[in-house]
Design a protein around this ligand. Structure first.
Ligand SMILES: [Zn+2]
Ligand SMILES: [Zn+2]
Length: 310
């Protein structure tokens, strides 16, 4: 990994010379070929005992460290910054100062993005942590397609996990968190691939939804019940259908969420037995009870919903 950083002391927005003595003292021991009797070499290489190194350009008005390695070399940079009061300016990162009072001396373009680190805390490691990109969150493989549950991560039925799947034994990066209806259901950790490929349904003779409302072809029933992530519902989760096909599950919805889907509200209203529907609608809560379950027809795109009936 290589970086570039710039070390410079500023006064009133302008570079101001650093003392040459600390530069020679701090960088001399790691300068390849040693320091000349006076002045600074130009440019020069650094090499640390542990094998790290850097290329240095510049002079007392500013030193550029190219291709430096973490460890001892950065410790030297940190020490030099502490002793000279210079700002450490890693390429593309906030400027590191050892005193808030130095901020006003920076050129205006640098003043906004500053990190102040107390001198005693300014170490090579501290610089390293500030300039290293954060460790990337683990990249997880693409999920299988679920035609009847297009985004099971958004609905909470599939979650990131580093636990191996009980069904296939593999660590897939995802786990199914919805219900498993089976006489001998595993406690947890079925991966969504075992759901999609029907392996979990077969192995545990399981379904992931309790039932389907309406008539749809047998292969749709099988896909929804045995190859689609289900969802947790207060009452038994039912899959809605429309236009002769299973609908896609979009997630839980409360009164607020349903405002965007008047077609789903109409659908709910048709199912409601008496004239107090509006009170019921207002009581729906995405995060509480009762809740509505929102679907969309895969054929005509009408939104549909059913709700827990108290
Ligand atoms: Zn699996
Ligand atoms: Zn439809």
């Amino acid at each position: 990994m290589s970086y570039s950083l710039y070390l410079c002391r500023f006064a009133h927005g302008q570079p101001s010379p650093m003392d040459e003595t600390p530069i020679r003292d701090v960088l001399g021991p790691v300068t390849v070929g040693g320091m000349p009797a006076t002045g600074l070499p130009e440019p020069w290489d650094l090499e640390a005992e542990e094998g790290g190194g850097a290329e240095v350009y510049g002079d007392a008005l500013g030193l550029t460290f190219n291709r430096f390695s973490p460890g001892q070399i950065l410790d030297r940079v940190a020490e030099l910054a502490r002793r000279t009061g210079a700002a450490v300016i890693p390429l593309g990162c906030p400027t590191i100062l050892t005193s808030e009072a130095d901020r006003r001396h920076l050129p205006e373009s640098l003043r906004a993005e500053v990190i102040v680190v107390a001198p005693e805390a300014l170490t090579g490691r501290a610089i390293q942590l500030l300039i290293s990109p954060r460790p990337e969150p683990r990249r997880r493989p693409a999920l299988p397609q679920f035609p009847y549950h297009p985004n099971p991560v958004a609905t909470g039925s599939v979650a990131p996990s580093d636990t191996p799947c009980v069904c296939c034994g593999q660590e897939r990066g995802w786990v199914y968190t919805g219900p498993v209806y089976a006489a001998d259901a595993p406690d947890n950790s079925i991966c969504p691939y075992c759901v999609a490929f029907g392996k979990a349904a077969e192995r545990y003779d399981a379904t992931f939804a309790d039932g389907i409302e309406g008539d749809v072809p047998e292969d749709v029933v099988t896909t929804i019940l045995r190859r689609t992530p289900g969802f947790l519902a207060w009452q038994s989760p039912t899959w809605l259908t429309h236009c002769g096909d299973g609908a896609e599950f979009l997630g839980l919805a409360g009164a607020k969420e349903l405002e965007k889907y008047p077609d789903a509200v109409d659908h709910l209203r048709q199912r409601w037995p008496d004239d107090r529907f509006d009170d019921f609608l207002a009581s729906l809560d995405k995060d509480g009870q009762p809740t509505a379950y929102l679907f969309r027809c895969r054929v005509c795109a009408t939104h549909l919903a059913y709700a827990d009936f108290t």
